[in-house]
Design a binder for this molecule. Sequence first.
Ligand SMILES: N[C@@H](CCC(=O)N[C@@H](CS)C(=O)NCC(=O)O)C(=O)O
Length: 205
Amino acid sequence: MKLYDYLGAPNPRRVKIFAAEKDIALELINVDMRKREHKTAEFMAKNPSGKIPVLELDDGTCISESVSICRYLEAIQPEPNLLGTNAVEIGLIDMHHRQIEFELLSQVGVSWVNGPIVAKMGMVEPIAAAKERSDALVNAFYQRLDTELATRPFIAGERFTLADITAVVTIDFATALVGLKPDEAHSHIWAWHKQVSARPSIAAD
Ligand SMILES: N[C@@H](CCC(=O)N[C@@H](CS)C(=O)NCC(=O)O)C(=O)O
């Protein structure tokens, strides 16, 4: 199986961590985003959205969307389970994961797109007011997350799941490239971050 990837890009990173947790080997194909290789006709035939990651199966089937790829990987390699084993757990993990995606990752994305690095690339006109709003939403979400992580060890409860993978990848990207590092006072976030970052799947990436 091939994974179309770009080093440092958060979405492929979460798939690579998910696969490593399950000891699934992926052949990584570098798509140079600086050269816009993700917008070529050849790549758009694999994913008309023009985004990475894409998982290409040996028969040529292409699956895009990080979570869809993770669902496929969980189906072919159920252990260790990362998406839930019974109805309640599946619902709760999905709930927490969607909140991380829709309330944190998406807002970090808005701050990124309207921030100085993307502006320097000259691809889109930054909207300062949009960044101001998304920065505030990210910081408010960090505050909430810190409170929640005071009551449980992992994002979705008592064990490590896809929700932790998406959260750590989002926070690392926000810290390194978007200027949105969680405040040092968020001790529960940082204790959780230290614990998950020590996992071989995350430390190796
Ligand atoms: N919803 C998609 C988002 C994928 C995505 O936005 N990937 C980024 C790299 S991390 C990308 O390819 N951006 C290029 C673009 O939006 O044109 C997923 O979860 O995989």
